[in-house]
Structures are given as structure tokens and as C-alpha cells.
Design a protein around this ligand. Structure first.
Ligand code: PLP
Length: 428
């Protein structure tokens, strides 16, 4: 029945039901580490993955299970696994697919922390990443080789205001027999449903719009359930016998739930990147209003971006939601509900003017976050993207004269007044 509910209804109800013992209507915070087994046979069946249930909260917890079911419903997936942050979700998504000597092909336009994770940290596991500009689909085709195990992109990318042609990328990944992973943090399933466009896995930082009010650090991986892990011998974690579970083959045994089961039974069990139940509870509450918040974020972003674009103190505004954007046609076709609420603008006077502007803002908060009900501002070149070389900064849309805004749900006239006085301070 819940499968037939519309998106707004799913956002409030999917995965949740009144507690059968107490009648508690909101999803309770199951603040417990362990769960009592009915008997020895029950315990054995749980440990053998012959029965689904609760053993220990590093793996499964009822509050988190409700959130996983809701996320799977909203993204149109077969299953979901939550984890401790968006960055944890990226490792959890890659872990069953990769191995030493394997690579992923990633967009060059990604969240700064993701570029760092893929350029440096994953090398410790013997994995590597090749970065390509997704406006050059031939470069993407050419980059995929025998050792490629995933293509990784963002639907709307941070902070460049880039929107990805997901169907075109999915088609290329699919014909190469490689799963496509889409980070849908900035779009949320309100603005983009990557699985409907051919994505295999969707990853989220729940930290951002999903919770929506800057209270939680969390992440999730949602699996489409449609990738054939057994079509080749490239994904042995999912297709070959698993020694730690008596030779069980995840794909053969669990079908469309293979990735989700593996992510819990191996990923959370051994990597331990577990979300906590309180964070899951906040995120469930946040998601209830996601379909109301996102259109307001988008509308405000467009109002502020248009005002900035018309201001002589501003050199340019990079926002795919503006009619002047080179991606306006792609937005109209693939992202009809809007291009998100994060964008950047270039300030006359460069790096120093940006630093003065940030210092003069009163209503906007100067923080390294996005997707909050509050409007936020940051100068990426001196903060989130400062680990990158200047070439990487520019490729990622974070050149030294850019300020990035995450537009909240306040009254846009107050936001414009704050930017107006800060631009005056920046010029002086
Ligand atoms: C914030 C963010 C991440 C990382 O998420 P955390 O929850 O901070 O670990 C990944 N991708 C995008 C697009 C983000 O905005």
C-alpha cells in the first residue's frame, strides 16, 4: 500500500507505523545496543542471515530501519543503508565494488571533501580515481577501463552550480557494465530521482537538506536493486561465495536486496560507520517537511541570484537556475523543479573583497555547511577547497574570487538587504 502513496505522503509515513507495544505515534528513539533473542534457534537464524531482525545496533536498529525504509521509498530504491556521515556513505557505497588496483571514474566537479577523499585517502586501500569533465562524454567513455568498478557523479554539484546529464552518463556506465553512483545531496529526491534516470546507487549526506536544520551528521546509500552483479566476475563481493557467511553468495541469495544486505552484514559489521538512533530520529522528522522546504529554498535562491546578477559590484553569478546559465536547457529538461539552492558569485575585487564581504554579513552565517533552513555563506578558496591546488579549485568551481551561498527559507528581502550592505563593505 505504501508503494502507491505520493511523494509528500511517503515523506511523512514511509517506514513508520505506530509502535505496536505502546502506540507511540512518532518513531521512537530505540536507544539500545542489543536485542534479546527469543531462543538459541532464533539467534542462530539471525546470525546466519536466514532471518531478518535485530542483533546489535552497529548493524541494525529500529529507528534507523524506519529511516532506511523512508529513504528507499523517496528515492525509488530496493533498499537503503544509513551510516555516520555523507563521507562514510561514499566509502560504504564503494566498499563492495572496489578492491586493490581497481579504480573509479569520477566527475571533476564534486564537493571539495569528496575530491580530497578520492584523490588521496582511498589510495590507502589501493583504490584510485580518475577525474573527468562530464561535459565531455567521450572523455568519460575513454576513462572507463578493465579495472573500473564505478562511475561517481553528483546530480547538482557543489559549489559550481553544475547540473549533470544523468541519463547520458548512466547510459555510458551501463554499456561498460559499471554501476553509476550519484551523490544526490544537493538536489534531494524532491528535485531529482537518479534511480529513475539509470543510477545504480544513490548516496546522501543526510547532514544537509534531508534533516534540513543543521542538527545531524549522517549519510545513506540507497540501492536501485537493478544492477546485475553476477553478469561478470568483476564484483566478487556480491557474486562470489562469502567465506565469513559459510560461502553464501549475496546476489544469488538476496537478489535485488544483495547490495543492502552486504552493506549491513559486511560493511557496517566490519567498518562500523554506524548512524546513531537519535540522529535517525531527527532526520525522520526533517524529512517530513522536505517537500515543503525544497521549493521554498529554490524560489529564494532564484530571487537572490537574480538580484546579485543585476548588481554592478558582482562580476558573475554561477547558478544553473538562472535563465542565463549555459545549463538552463538541461535544467528545464531534467530538473524541472529547480536547480537547488546553492550557488556562487564572483565579487569585484577578488580574494580580499570576498574576505571583507564574509566578515560584514550579519544575517548569513559564515559556516562550512549547506542545506540549512538558515542562509549560509562561505569563501571556498580559503576554507572548504583550500586543500586543493588552484587548478583543482578552478575546475571544481571554487576560484579565489567566489563566494558560495546556501540559501535558506527566510524572507528573501532580508537576505538581499544583508548582501547589499556586505557588498558595500567589500568594495570599501
Ligand atoms: C556535505 C557533503 C558531503 C559529505 O557529507 P558529510 O555528512 O559532511 O560527511 C558529500 N557530498 C556532498 C555533495 C555534500 O554536500
Amino acid at each position: 500500500m505504501s508503494d502507491q502513496w505520493k511523494f509528500e505522503t511517503q515523506a511523512v509515513h514511509a517506514g513508520a507505523a505506530p509502535d505496536p507495544v505502546t502506540g507511540a505515534r512518532q518513531v521512537p528513539i530505540y536507544q539500545t545496543t542489543a536485542y534479546q533473542f527469543r531462543d538459541a534457534d532464533h539467534a542462530a537464524r539471525l546470525f546466519n542471515l536466514q532471518e531478518v531482525g535485530y542483533i546489535y545496533s552497529r548493524l541494525t536498529n529500529p529507528t534507523i530501519q524506519a529511516l532506511q525504509a523512508r529513504l528507499a521509498a523517496l528515492e525509488g530504491g530496493a533498499g537503503a543503508v544509513c551510516c555516520s556521515s555523507g563521507h562514510a556513505a561514499q566509502i560504504m557505497a564503494l566498499f563492495p565494488l572496489m578492491g586493490p588496483g581497481r579504480n573509479l571514474v569520477a566527475s571533476s566537479r564534486l564537493y571539495g571533501g569528496t575530491l580530497t577523499q578520492f584523490s588521496h585517502t582511498i589510495r590507502r586501500f589501493g583504490w584510485s580515481a580518475k577525474f573527468v569533465d562530464l561535459d565531455d562524454l567521450d572523455a568519460l567513455r575513454a576513462a572507463i577501463d578493465e579495472d573500473t568498478r564505478a562511475v561517481f557523479i553528483e546530480s547538482i554539484s557543489n559549489p559550481g552550480g553544475y547540473v549533470t546529464d544523468i541519463p547520458a552518463v548512466a547510459e555510458i556506465a551501463s554499456s561498460a557494465g559499471v554501476p553509476l553512483i550519484v551523490d544526490n545531496t544537493l538536489a534531494t529526491p524532491v528535485l531529482c530521482r537518479p534511480i529513475e534516470m539509470g543510477a545504480t546507487l544513490v548516496v546522501h549526506s543526510l547532514t544537509k537538506y534531508m534533516t534540513g536544520n543543521g542538527t545531524v551528521t549522517g549519510g545513506a546509500v540507497i540501492d536501485s536493486g537493478s544492477f546485475d552483479w553476477s553478469a561478470s566476475d568483476r564484483f566478487p563481493s556480491l557474486s562470489a561465495p562469502e567465506p565469513a557467511y559459510h560461502g553464501l553468495k549475496f546476489h544469488e541469495t538476496f537478489g535485488p536486496a544483495a547490495f543492502t544486505f552486504h552493506a549491513i552484514a559486511i560493511g557496517l559489521r566490519d567498518l562500523g560507520m554506524t548512524l546513531n538512533p537519535q540522529a535517525a530520529h531527527y532526520t525522520l522528522m526533517g524529512i517530513e517537511t522536505l517537500p515543503l522546504r525544497m521549493p521554498r529554498h529554490v524560489e529564494n535562491a532564484r530571487t537572490v541570484a537574480e538580484w546579485l546578477e543585476a548588481d554592478p559590484r558582482v562580476t558573475s553569478v554561477t547558478y544553473a537556475g538562472l535563465p542565463s546559465s549555459p545549463y538552463a536547457d538541461r535544467v528545464a529538461e531534467l530538473y524541472p523543479r529547480g536547480a537547488g539552492a546553492l550557488f556562487s558569485f564572483a565579487v569585484r575585487g577578488g580574494y580580499d573583497a570576498c574576505v571583507r564581504l564574509i566578515g560584514a554579513l550579519k544575517l548569513f552565517s559564515h559556516v562550512a555547511n549547506l542545506g540549512d533552513t538558515r542562509s549560509l555563506a562561505i569563501h571556498p578558496a580559503s576554507t572548504t577547497h583550500r586543500q586543493l591546488t588552484e587548478a583543482q579549485q578552478t575546475a571544481a568551481g571554487a576560484s579565489p574570487d567566489l563566494v558560495r551561498l546556501s540559501i535558506g527559507i527566510e524572507d528573501p528581502s532580508d537576505l538581499i538587504a544583508d548582501l547589499d550592505q556586505a557588498l558595500t563593505a567589500a568594495a570599501g
